[in-house]
Write a protein that binds this ligand. Structure first.
Ligand code: ADP
Length: 276
C-alpha cells in the first residue's frame, strides 16, 4: 500500500508519479516512478538539486547526460529523458527493479565462481563497449553501481543481465591521442573490476585498514592477500585474474581485451541457469 502523500512533488515532473525512494547520491535522490501516460511503464528518476551545485558540477551532469544519449548497450542503463526546472534536473532512466549487487552478496555470503563469472562478464561487456566503442571511461565502477535487471537469479533461459548505472563520468574523446599515458587511464575501470571480482568471490573487499591512512597506503601498493580459509576453495585461475587486475602499474594491469581472453573468463558456460 503506497502512501503517495509522503512522496515529494517536483516542478516539471508532472508526467511521472513517484512511487518509492530507491537510493541517493551527493546531490540526488533516486525514485522509482510510473509514467502517467503509460508509454514507459516504470522508470527510475534521479532528481538532482542543481541549485546546490556550482557551474562545474552542473557541466559534469550535462556531460554525463550527453554521453548517455549516445550509449546503447544491453548491460548499461538507458537514458529515457532529461528534464530541467529552475532548481532541479531530472534524469529519467530505465528501471533496474532487482536493486544493488551488495545486498545479494550479503544474502549469499559470497557468490560461487560461476555466479561471480556470470556477473563480472556482464560488467566487462559494458566496459568493453565503453572503452573500445565509445571511448568512454566509467571511473565509478563499484558495487552500488551494478544493478539487477529484472530481479536477481530468477530462473530463466535467457536472463536479462544486470546493468551498470551512473556510467560515463568522462569522455576521453579527443584527449586520448594527445597524451601517451591517457591510454592507461582506462585502467581505473580495470582496477575497479578487480575490486568487484575479489568481493564477489569471497564476500569482503580486497583492501582493509584500521584507519584511512593505512587503507590508502595498502591500496596505493596493491597490498592484498587471498585470505585463508575464505580463498582456499577458489580456483587458482580466478585468483590469477584478480592478480592481473589489482596491479599498481596501469601499464602492467590487464586491459579489457586481456581480461576477456583470460582462461577463467573464456571457460564461462554459455547457458547457465542460476536459481538460489
Ligand atoms: P550518484 O551518482 O549521485 O551516487 P547513483 O546514480 O549512483 O547516484 O544512484 C544512487 C542509487 O540509486 C544507486 O546506488 C541505486 O541504488 C539507485 N539507482 C540508480 N539508478 C537506478 C536505476 N536505474 N534503477 C534502480 N535503482 C537505481
Amino acid at each position: 500500500i503506497l502512501n503517495r502523500s509522503k512522496m515529494p512533488q517536483y516542478p516539471g515532473l508532472e508526467r511521472w508519479i513517484l512511487v518509492e525512494k530507491l537510493g541517493y547520491g551527493a546531490f540526488s535522490n533516486v525514485y522509482r516512478a510510473r509514467d502517467s501516460t503509460t508509454e514507459f511503464g516504470e522508470v527510475a528518476i534521479k532528481v538532482l538539486r542543481s541549485f546546490q551545485m556550482d557551474s562545474t558540477q552542473r557541466a559534469k551532469i550535462l556531460n554525463e547526460v550527453q554521453i548517455m544519449r549516445n550509449i546503447d548497450h544491453p548491460n548499461i542503463v538507458k537514458l529515457i529523458d532529461f528534464v530541467e526546472s529552475r532548481q532541479f534536473c531530472y534524469i529519467i532512466l530505465e528501471l533496474c527493479p532487482g536493486g544493488e549487487l551488495l545486498p545479494q552478496i550479503v544474502r549469499l555470503t559470497y557468490f560461487s565462481e560461476d555466479l561471480s563469472k556470470h556477473v563480472i562478464i556482464q560488467v566487462a561487456n559494458a566496459i568493453e563497449y565503453l572503452h573500445e566503442t565509445s571511448g568512454v571511461i566509467h571511473r565509478d565502477i563499484k558495487l552500488e553501481n551494478i544493478l539487477f535487471f529484472p530481479a536477481p537469479f530468477t530462473p530463466t533461459k535467457n536472463p536479462k543481465p544486470q546493468q551498470l548505472c551512473d556510467e560515463d563520468k568522462e569522455d576521453e574523446g579527443e584527449f586520448t591521442l594527445k597524451f601517451d599515458d591517457e591510454q592507461y587511464s582506462k585502467g581505473v575501470d580495470m582496477w575497479a573490476m578487480g575490486c568487484v571480482l575479489y568481493t564477489l568471490l569471497c564476500g569482503f573487499p580486497p583492501f582493509y585498514g584500521e584507519s584511512i591512512q593505512v587503507l590508502t597506503k595498502k591500496i596505493a601498493c596493491a597490498q592484498f592477500i587471498f585470505l585463508s580459509p575464505w580463498w582456499d576453495h577458489i580456483s587458482k585461475s580466478a585468483q590469477d585474474l584478480v592478480s592481473h587486475l589489482l596491479v599498481v602499474d596501469p601499464k602492467k594491469r590487464y586491459n579489457i581485451k586481456e581480461f576477456m581472453e583470460h582462461p577463467w573468463i573464456r571457460q564461462a558456460e554459455k547457458e547457465t541457469i542460476f536459481t538460489v
